[in-house]
Ligand binder design. Structure first.
Ligand SMILES: O=C(O)CCC(=O)C(=O)O
Length: 302
């Protein structure tokens, strides 16, 4: 797999195991890198081959049938339509682990972040039944992660076709806002006490974006399997519901960290809170990201 960054010198190929992605050539154009820097989001078309989508769909079926302790029923509406979530499953699901290490995503993330390396942070799976209207509230990720840094990428990847009206939405340029907001309390959404985060009073609630949509520039795209919406962890995002009665949605998201990211344990509250597992492997506040928990998957020098 080789990514040609248009307008930049070609970089050495990193040898990889023969996999479904090994023959893939992905172009991350200088234009995509610039869009990601300016807007905090870019939609890349056709960068993940169907073989990967098929393998991830197998993984998602397993995850839905046998959720991890982090698996959640996010919402069940009056018609019984469910929205489900699970995360950090890559260590136990071979399809996810293979995708993390062998797909083009690590390199794409590294290039978009303009980082010399990309460390894998965690995976997240979102599944909604056909007709589900439930939308994820607008929020930022990185201000409540157990790390701090600007060079982060979340890669939101639908495994089935999704219309623009049902896709994730990102507020253009919000990754550059000075103000960082506390997350909505997802515990209140799921009704699961394990999700309650007592965010500190000194944190600022997110403005009502949904109620004032005309005051923000909100981006989303109709997407097919193979397309990836990459957004900065500070970008305000939400949505991804509003489904037609005959269409469900399955999404696999991988989260990536770059050069400037450091461990940070936040007194304001964290979601997900990795402070215990980080401490177990010897990571402490201020440390760069590493260890087997957050493997370096791609680097410029490799
Ligand atoms: O797809 C969704 O509903 C939410 C996605 C999200 O918040 C994320 O990927 O960080």
């Amino acid at each position: 797999m080789h990514i040609d960054v248009k307008g930049k010198k070609s970089l050495p190929r990193r040898p990889r195991a023969a996999t479904v992605s090994a023959m893939t050539v992905v172009d991350v154009a200088a234009e995509h890198i610039q869009t990601f820097a300016n807007d905090g989001v870019v939609c890349l078309r056709g960068v993940v081959p169907q073989e990967w989508i098929d393998r991830l769909l197998v993984g998602v079926e397993h995850t839905l049938a046998d959720p991890t302790p982090r698996g959640r029923l996010w919402n069940r509406d009056e018609q019984g339509r469910e929205s489900r979530y699970d995360s950090q499953v890559w260590r136990t699901r071979p399809e996810y682990a293979a995708f993390v290490f062998e797909s083009p995503l690590g390199e794409i993330a590294g290039r978009l972040m303009q980082s010399s390396r990309a460390n894998f942070f965690f995976d997240a799976m979102f599944a909604r039944a056909p007709g589900t209207q439930f939308r994820t509230p607008f929020h930022q990720d990185e201000p409540v992660w157990s790390v701090d840094g600007f060079q982060t990428v979340s890669s939101w990847m639908p495994l089935v076709p999704v219309a623009k009206a049902s896709a994730l939405e990102v507020v253009r340029g919000s990754h550059l806002w000075d103000q960082h907001f506390r997350q909505p309390n997802f515990g209140a959404l799921t009704g699961d006490a394990r999700d309650n985060v007592a965010f500190g009073d000194d944190t600022v609630p997110i403005p009502d974006i949904e109620g004032n949509r005309d005051r923000f520039e909100i981006l989303s795209w109709e997407m097919d399997p193979g397309d990836v919406m990459c957004f900065n962890g500070r970008a305000v995002h939400g949505g991804s519901g509003n489904l037609p009665h005959d269409r469900g949605l399955k999404v696999f998201n991988t989260k990536w960290l770059g050069d400037d990211v450091r461990v940070r344990f936040r007194e304001c509250g964290m979601d997900p809170d990795h402070s215990d597992v980080m401490t177990e492997v010897g990571l402490k506040p201020g440390d760069p990201i590493g260890t087997d928990l957050y493997p370096e998957v791609w680097s410029l020098s490799a």
